[in-house]
Design a binder for this molecule. Structure first.
Ligand code: ADP
Ligand code: MG
Length: 361
């Protein structure tokens, strides 16, 4: 059997650039060279794509030859600035690019136009999972438990800041969490415990997005479940994140070495079942495909569960929660990658077989 040519896309313009480089490096090391011919494509901080030499460390690839993926159906080639094919015959793309421009559906849109199979959720799934406010509405509509929330928009905050603050305080009791709707890594997120902190928090968060999600804050454990599959979705065992900070903020994610990942999460068998079932419903409600990680907030006192968010492109280093949950559920990292690539090809085949013209049935 000939090898599959896999385009591994990483880097990107978000604050998660470094995480993405680390994820790509783990994936590159784990992809079986007898089955895959891996093409490393590094996206720099300006959003430009570079062909990286197929050697570690991939971060060095940011200086490689500049290429692009033309949105021409079926060509599946990366071309240089002069228009010549630098790489042809891409069989599948593994886009491991986080944040805006990577996991928000725009990259998926380019891959759709180019008709290249790719790992993970499509345009719609990626963009709704990225938007915390739209996703909360869909999760609630699916009957899943979510914390009470409301939305504050840029124009309203600029016009009537006092009115915005009152609307929040009338609807939700303190503390609340203020979050930019389309960001990750806890950037711009504030826990607000007093009325005086509310407006400064709204004003800070709105620097990152034109829309904010404000929701009731609870004393909660962060518990996560990994999902895998297209139509038949499987949920992993849950894992827990422990930090000794106020919440799982930017420092806890990337700086503080005291942050711990507990796999499996120390919870009752009943809670495990409840979390796994809710995770599958959440993944489906938000059009998940291939992979995803559903993050829960579990009330420290009552054990009540709330869906916090669904991540279409979870961190993928070999010590990240997503692969660790599968490892602990019996699926080792290299086999997980094989499965994700199979799922990408399967989904592409199914969608390519659809009629594109009206034909009387
Ligand atoms: N409503 C809430 N109540 C309690 N803690 C929260 C709430 N919302 C968020 N958090 C804490 O903040 C962290 C980051 O929030 P999250 O919505 O997951 O943003 P991000 O997309 O940046 O990860 C969560 O992991 C959790 O620790
Ligand atoms: Mg989160």
């Amino acid at each position: 059997m000939s090898k599959l040519r896999v385009g591994l896309l990483f880097g990107g313009r978000s604050v998660e650039h470094e995480v993405s480089v680390a994820s790509a490096s783990s994936i590159f090391r784990a992809l079986d060279p007898s089955r895959y011919d891996v093409v490393l494509v590094a996206i720099d901080q300006d959003g430009r794509w570079h062909l990286a030499p197929p050697a570690l460390p991939p971060a060095a690839g940011m200086q490689g030859q500049e290429v692009g993926l033309p949105a021409v159906p079926g060509e599946r080639a990366l071309v240089s600035a002069s228009g010549e094919a630098a790489v042809s015959g891409l069989d599948v793309v593994f886009p491991i690019v986080h944040g805006r421009g990577g996991e928000d559906g725009s990259l998926q849109g380019l891959l759709e136009l180019a008709e290249v199979p790719y790992v993970g959720s499509g345009v719609l799934g990626s963009s709704v999972q990225m938007d915390k406010e739209v996703s909360k509405r869909l999760l609630a509509e699916a009957g899943l438990p979510v914390l009470p929330f409301l939305c504050v928009r840029h124009a309203e905050l600029a016009r009537d800041p006092g009115g915005c603050a009152r609307r929040v305080l009338d609807a939700l009791s303190l503390p609340v969490f203020v979050k930019p709707a389309n960001l990750g890594s806890s950037v711009g997120i504030h826990r607000v415990a007093s009325e005086a902190e509310l407006l400064p928090a709204l004003r800070d968060a709105i620097r990152y997005d034109t829309k904010l999600l404000v929701e009731r804050g609870i004393a909660a454990r962060d518990i996560e479940v990994a999902l895998l599959g297209n139509d038949d979705v499987e949920a992993s065992i849950p894992g827990e994140i422990r930090t000794n900070r106020d919440f799982y903020d930017y420092e806890a994610k990337y700086v503080d070495e005291a942050t711990e990942l507990l796999v499996p999460a120390p919870v009752s068998e009943e809670l495990v079942q409840e979390l796994r079932e809710a995770a599958i419903v959440a993944f489906r409600a938000l059009e998940g495909r291939g992979l995803g990680r559903v993050d829960f907030l579990v009330d420290r006192k009552s054990d009540a569960i709330f869906v916090n968010e669904v991540n279409s492109l979870p961190g993928f280093t070999d010590v990240s929660m997503y692969p660790r949950l599968w490892e602990a559920s019996g699926l080792p990292y290299p086999a997980l990658l094989d499965r994700l690539i199979e799922l990408a090809l399967e989904s592409h085949r199914t969608r390519s077989a659809l009629e594109t013209q009206y034909r009387k049935g």
